[in-house]
Design a protein around this ligand. Structure first.
Ligand SMILES: N[C@@H](CCC(=O)N[C@@H](CS)C(=O)NCC(=O)O)C(=O)O
Length: 210
């Protein structure tokens, strides 16, 4: 299997899920910061020009939620002990992460894609910051309702990366505290094989940023 990845992108959640499930995979770096994701040859693999993209032995799977669900089905991370309703709730929270949290980050990081000029782009960025705080608060509420202490699930890898973004991105500094999300991130950091992947990603990202 091959995971197309950019360090510290949301594809890190998929890298963690594949690692946790012991799914043999090669990581191919496509630098999203330098625009490599929006150029050939990558566009022929994923016309949306986004990572994560997984080549699962010839089948191309895109979208974090789909790749995480795929990894969960392979490993023991789909929590077969959860009821269908509980599994649907985990999926619902992953969709909130994708639709609410990630899209706000995209508007903050690339406001010019959403507005015609600099003033309008600044306004998009400012509104997205307000929305992002509300989106994280909803994620925090949902994670707080979960039974902690059970085995890690793919939702934990997703949430853990979003908690890391809050710490690492300049715009994250102004956001309200999210102790529940931080606790998930700490659980990942305290799991040696996941910690190794996160440390590698942070080092590659730092090197890429120069
Ligand atoms: N909904 C998509 C969004 C993926 C996404 O936005 N990925 C970013 C990195 S975090 C990306 O590839 N950006 C490249 C670009 O927009 O040019 C998913 O969750 O898979």
């Amino acid at each position: 299997m091959r995971l197309y990845h950019s360090p510290m992108s949301i594809a890190l959640a998929c890298r963690l899920a594949l690692t946790a499930a012991d799914i043999d995979h090669e990581v191919v770096i496509v630098n999203s910061l330098s625009g490599e994701t929006k150029r050939e040859p990558f566009l022929s693999i994923n016309p949306l020009g986004e990572v994560p993209t997984l080549d699962a032995d010839g089948t191309i799977i895109t979208q974090t939620v789909a790749i995480l669900s795929f990894a969960a089905d392979h490993g023991n991370h789909g929590r077969t002990d959860l009821s269908p309703a509980e599994r649907a709730k985990e999926l619902s929270t992953m969709i909130v992460a994708a639709v609410e949290v990630q899209s706000c980050w995209k508007m903050i990081n690339r406001p010019n894609r959403y507005a015609p000029g600099d003033a309008a782009a600044a306004e998009v960025g400012a509104q997205a910051r307000i929305r992002l705080d509300a989106a994280y608060a909803e994620l925090e509420r949902r994670i707080g309702l979960r039974d902690i202490g059970g085995p890690l699930t793919v939702l934990d890898y997703y949430v853990g990366v979003l908690a890391l973004w809050k710490i690492m991105a300049p715009a994250g500094k102004d956001l309200s505290p999210t102790p529940q999300l931080d606790a998930v991130k700490d659980r990942l950091m305290n799991t040696p094989k996941l910690r190794q992947v996160i440390d590698e990603d942070i080092a590659s990202y730092t090197a890429m940023m120069g």
